[in-house]
Design a protein around this ligand. Sequence first.
Ligand SMILES: [Cu+2]
Length: 68
Amino acid sequence: MYQLQVSGMHCGHCISAITQGVARLDPLAQVKIDLPNGQVRIQSQLPLQQLSTLITDLGFEVISQAEV
Ligand SMILES: [Cu+2]
């Protein structure tokens, strides 16, 4: 399980952009987003760095990332 602190998420569109972006790379991934707290939790076999890069490429800022 990865936990990322992400800035720039404001609404449902942001949530679906990240959720669908992750699903494109890993259809089996599970994504949970806590919008008010800017927290993204991802269960995936992909490397954390790849997911972090994806979120950055989608236009958000990854403030911190950790494997938990
Ligand atoms: Cu949004």
